[in-house]
Design a protein around this ligand. Structure first.
Ligand SMILES: NC(=O)c1ccc[n+]([C@@H]2O[C@H](COP(=O)([O-])OP(=O)(O)OC[C@H]3O[C@@H](n4cnc5c(N)ncnc54)[C@H](O)[C@@H]3O)[C@@H](O)[C@H]2O)c1
Length: 438
């Protein structure tokens, strides 16, 4: 935990449009509320960080395990609408020798009592997407910093609500984008900062993950996530791929997403899976899905960079976030990780193994052993937890603030608008209100 490092320092570690855009109604530029920006706002330093956790399903429990593995973290309260779930998580913490957290499970709004407690510094939100914003707002209004699972918001109005309330309450709203802390992502960030790829021109990223069995499960995400496919057609889950590329490109800190065009394929894979795996008389056979199997968006930044962003959770396929970044001197792409730098003897990708000694990120050097042992998504979940707690303990600004939460979530609703308008260009709101130029 030692060694003070602000976000800017972190980004330096180890190295140091002209087209007219169709104006559509989905992206209103909300007027400033008069509150100052929270960009760069520091946490109040504290040695012990006390957490309240809302939602202890699959993800919430993983967050509890990873955050509570940090000696200076205390989980003081848990909330879930299912009483057994909070009881089980409480028992697990007790078995690990931790103080039993207080439990809240009295209905959908029990979280409103949790956020009022005076022994919580940070609220974690790991509930279905429709609950993220009401819970984040309640936490901030009760004076707590909040860290929200992905995507932080589902509509542009919700994105603005997070921004406006973070500014008004002077509380951070962090997005828990663990993929920014992956081994390869942090190493590539170091390479970008060292200029290995020259001037960046484009990136590509995705959330391509076969979730068919999860979506039709009778527990966990099967109880809510499939519903998102009823009325929405676009990229439902943009941040896992986009977050790391946004970091490579310094989005909101020198560049900005300017506009997006998006196209969705037909809907085929969920009905096909259902025909084969769900009984004919099951009520789910009557459901109608609107979200195309594949959604592809292209984002253009103000500096003229292009990002290809994919979403596909319905087709049989190996997991793939693409994680591509390219510029005037080279290219990296993942799954599997490979690199090509200008001037290489052969015009072929090579392994990244030879680059690890120079570019492995200090967080992985410091925490990699424990991160791999805990295992959340290959260790990145612990590195994310470690880094957020480090920022709070040392009183620095978070790596991912409310403007990032809004900008990385925005391709969800913006892609829906673009798809509905025959792939028309849709502008991104400037959630930073001009401060991205800083
Ligand atoms: N970052 C990642 O790698 C990652 C991985 C999985 C899920 N997620 C995200 O985490 C969130 C939760 O997903 P999950 O897989 O844990 O889903 P889940 O269904 O397993 O868990 C959600 C939990 O929220 C509880 N809940 C629902 N409404 C509530 C309310 N009003 N008050 C309190 N609790 C409530 C449910 O009972 C359930 O226990 C989602 O936003 C998802 O996108 C992120």
């Amino acid at each position: 935990m030692e060694g003070k490092a602000s976000r800017r320092d972190w980004l330096r570690i180890a190295s140091l449009g002209g087209m007219a855009v169709a104006q559509v109604s989905a992206a209103p530029q909300q007027p400033a509320r008069g509150a100052a920006s929270v960009s760069g706002m520091k946490f109040e330093p504290r040695d012990i960080v006390r957490l309240g956790v809302i939602g202890v399903g699959g993800r919430g429990n993983s967050l509890v395990d990873n955050f509570s593995a940090i000696p200076q973290v205390r989980v003081t309260a848990l909330c879930d609408v299912v009483p057994d779930k909070v009881a089980r998580t409480q028992a697990r913490l007790e078995r690990k020798g931790k103080q039993p957290p207080a439990l809240y499970s009295n209905g959908d709004h029990a979280f409103e009592d949790l956020v009022k407690r005076d022994d919580i510094d940070l609220v974690l939100v790991a509930t279905p997407w429709t609950w993220h914003v009401p819970m984040a707002l309640a936490a901030m209004k009760a004076g707590k910093h909040v860290a929200v699972e992905v995507p932080a918001a589902r509509t542009i109005d919700e994105c603005w609500q997070l921004v406006n309330n973070s500014e008004a309450t002077r509380r951070h709203c962090v997005q828990l984008e663990n993929c920014c802390y992956g081994y390869n992502e942090l190493m590539v960030l170091n390479m970008v900062r060292a200029g290995l790829f020259g001037e960046l021109s484009h990136g590509a990223c995705a959330y391509n993950h076969d979730l068919r069995s999860v979506l039709f499960s009778n527990q966990g995400e099967g109880l809510w996530r499939r519903f998102e496919h009823f009325n929405r057609n676009g990229n439902l889950y943009p941040t896992h791929g986009l977050g790391p590329v946004a970091h490579y490109m310094d989005i909101n800190r020198g560049d900005r997403f300017e506009y997006l065009v998006s196209m969705s394929s037909l809907v085929a894979s969920l009905p096909a899976y259902r025909r084969e795996h769900i009984p004919p008389d099951d009520p789910r056979q009557k459901e109608v899905y609107k979200c195309g199997d594949l959604n592809v968006s292209l984002i253009r930044t103000v500096k003229g960079r292009v990002i290809q962003l994919e979403h596909n959770v319905s087709s049989p396929q190996p997991y793939d976030r693409i994680n591509l970044i390219a510029g005037t001197k080279g290219i990296f792409r993942d799954y599997p990780p490979r690199i090509y730098v200008d001037g290489s003897k052969k015009e072929e990708f090579e392994s990244i193994d030879g680059y690890k000694a120079q570019f492995e990120h200090p967080y992985w050097k410091q925490t990699g052993e424990l991160a791999r042992e805990l295992g959340g998504h290959g260790g990145m979940d612990f590195v994310m937890a470690y880094r957020l707690i480090q920022c709070i303990r040392e009183g620095t600004a978070p790596d991912i603030d409310v403007y990032d939460a809004a900008a990385w979530s925005a391709p969800g609703p913006l892609s829906e608008v673009s798809v509905a308008k025959g792939s028309a260009p849709v502008p991104f709101p400037d959630f930073t209100r001009g401060r991205w130029k800083a």
